[in-house]
Design a protein. Structure first.
Length: 432
């Protein structure tokens, strides 16, 4: 066991790890290569026990037209086919009305869990007094947010009888404007917890036998009322470029079948939604937002009716194709890493300095683009043809191929099935 690890310098950490786990010289070499010569001190502040950086590609998908405004969207992801698919879909839809988006709501929530011997019915009688007291107790925290049009929107007092007869939850709704709001919400809730204890003690003549205990105060990443909608629409005849060997009408029907399956079959729905998150997560990462919170909230939203289902719906009406995505996205353009990380700052600049609502819409469009491309591939040529073609470069890099070997492999696999084993055999053959 390594003792005092957090107090060691980065170099000492690597030395201790090498000694403790018998790491190779290549480990230290790679760690050193990925240390930034100028910005490492800044990157060290973003996490704990940092010894280097894990670089991810910063790609750009151009030609997105969203609500009649053109964007080049930054995407941080290790899978090249995601950026390629988004770019292709963006170009296609740019001449067909683009992506039409709107924010349905941007409400977020936090929870204050507490125990008390006071009956729920008695607490409810004093609900308005409790609300006013708690809101006034956090005025110093909410003042700045309120100036920007945000703050506390309302509260609900809920019984949590399934856990404990004396357990209650104060569900508080917030508007956090351009910030994701986690720190703001948590600060408000913790202060409100102390104020709640004071209120109960003062207004209910609580004795030692009738006390209020705060269990926890925390924001919720379940944001079913922080939702953005994205729609793409065109005549079915215009879908020919994606139809492959099918007619546009047959392609549209096959596309609808795939979407309908995702809206009834959970196994398919998970992968369907993962395709949406390919685009969304890439933009979330690029802009310094919290992809874990986004993922958790999206997947809970997909299962809100008791069964995990797809997030999109489709309508074919005569010769019209209409495809819609609704997804919860609690994101920010201020706070966190959005301005601290140099690349996140650049990503937001590339997006023309959007506010939080605009960023929600941009992310939804990226998710829609990737989902549309994935479904189109699935119901025509299959997902692997395009995916493995894009993946070939990664396999060639793994085998340290030179320029001539790469050219020969690319020519060969233009007309042959790509797999890791097939590429390995081909490289071995040309090298022998």
């Amino acid at each position: 066991m390594i003792k005092g690890f957090s107090k060691l310098s980065a170099k000492q950490k690597v030395q201790e790890l090498t000694a403790a786990y018998g790491l190779s010289s290549d480990f230290n070499k790679t760690i050193t290569q990925h240390i930034h010569p100028d910005l490492q001190e800044k990157y060290n502040q973003f996490s704990e026990n940092t010894i280097s950086n894990f670089y991810m590609p910063f790609g750009v998908a151009p030609s997105f037209v969203i609500n009649n405004k053109e964007y080049a969207i930054p995407m941080v992801i290790e899978e090249s086919s995601v950026v390629a698919a988004a770019s292709k879909a963006a170009k296609f839809w740019s001449s067909r009305g683009g992506f039409r988006t709107k924010v349905i709501s941007s409400k977020k929530a936090g929870q204050l869990f507490f125990k008390t011997d006071i009956a729920y019915e008695e607490l409810i009688l004093h609900k308005s007094e409790i609300d006013n007291f708690l809101i006034n107790s956090v005025k110093d925290i909410t003042a700045s947010m309120e100036k920007r049009g945000g703050g506390i929107l309302g509260m609900d007092l809920l019984k949590e009888n399934t856990a404990d007869d004396n357990l209650f939850c104060l569900l508080v709704d917030f508007e956090t404007k351009d910030s994701m709001g986690a720190n703001f919400i948590n600060s408000c809730l913790e202060a409100m917890g102390e104020a709640l204890k004071e209120f109960v003690s003062t207004h209910f003549n609580s004795s030692d036998d009738t006390s209020t205990e705060i269990i926890m105060a925390i924001l919720s990443n379940y944001t079913p009322e922080c939702v953005v909608e994205c729609t793409i629409e065109c005549s079915i005849d215009e879908l020919t470029p994606y139809a492959g060997s099918y007619s546009a009408a047959d392609f549209a029907l096959r596309f609808k079948n795939a979407v309908d399956i995702a809206n009834t079959n959970t196994h398919r729905a998970v992968t369907h939604n993962k395709g949406i998150m390919n685009g969304i997560d890439a933009v979330v990462l690029a802009t310094g937002n919290d992809f874990r919170a986004i993922e958790a909230g999206v997947h809970a939203y997909a299962a809100q009716n008791g069964k995990y289902l797809g997030l999109t719906e489709i309508t074919l009406d005569k010769n019209n194709f209409k495809y819609t995505l609704r997804v919860p996205l609690a994101v920010g353009t201020v706070g966190g890493l959005t301005k601290l990380h140099p690349m996140a700052k650049n990503a937001l600049e590339l997006l023309q300095s959007p506010n939080a609502h605009e960023l929600m819409q941009i992310m939804a469009a990226a998710g829609m683009a990737n989902n549309f491309s994935a479904i189109a591939a699935l119901v025509t040529s299959g997902i692997q043809k395009g995916h493995m073609k894009m993946h070939l470069s990664n396999i060639l890099e793994e085998f340290a191929c030179n320029a001539q070997e790469k050219e020969e492999a690319e020519n060969h696999f233009n007309s042959n099935t790509i797999s890791h084993s097939a590429v390995k055999s081909f490289i071995a053959k040309i090298r022998s």
